[in-house]
Design a binder for this molecule. Structure first.
Ligand SMILES: [Zn+2]
Ligand SMILES: [Zn+2]
Length: 141
């Protein structure tokens, strides 16, 4: 997925592509790690100093609704965002916030959930594993 594909897709979905929104997408596209809204805002502010955190949150909400952005919610309430490229999940470190992707789904678990809720039309899922990475564990020891 590149920026122009993404922008064309958004235009088709009727989203107004302001320069600020385009910059948010550019930053998300370039990011190798899921970003918090604050980090995202800071990176966007390098080129657009006037973009407030409110705009960042609103844009993330819109992108989330369109299924273009994936949100990981931390047990402590923090949230990180990344573009949905290929479908994948993450091991997320509670110490440093780093996320390592793994390319498979908790299929057994999803099948059980679907079987237990036959009325529910499942359209997607999110799943993350939280813990402490090797670096953070060493720092704690
Ligand atoms: Zn860590
Ligand atoms: Zn999955």
């Amino acid at each position: 997925m590149n920026l122009s594909d993404l922008l064309t897709g958004l235009k088709e979905k009727g989203l107004k592509l302001t320069p600020q929104r385009q910059q948010i997408l550019r930053v998300l596209l370039a990011a190798e790690q899921p970003l918090s809204a604050k980090e995202l805002g800071m990176l966007v502010n390098r080129r657009f100093p006037n973009v407030g955190l409110g705009t960042v949150y609103r844009t993330l909400d819109t992108l989330k609704q369109l299924g273009l952005v994936n949100e990981t919610v931390f047990p402590g309430g923090g949230r990180r965002y990344e573009l949905c490229r290929e479908h994948r999940h993450h091991l997320v470190c509670l110490g440093c916030g780093r996320a390592v992707a793994f390319p498979f789904c908790p299929a057994d678990c999803l099948a059980k959930i679907a079987a237990a809720n036959p009325d529910f039309d499942v359209r997607g899922h999110s799943f993350a594993v939280f813990g402490y990475c090797g670096k953070c564990r060493k720092a704690q020891a």
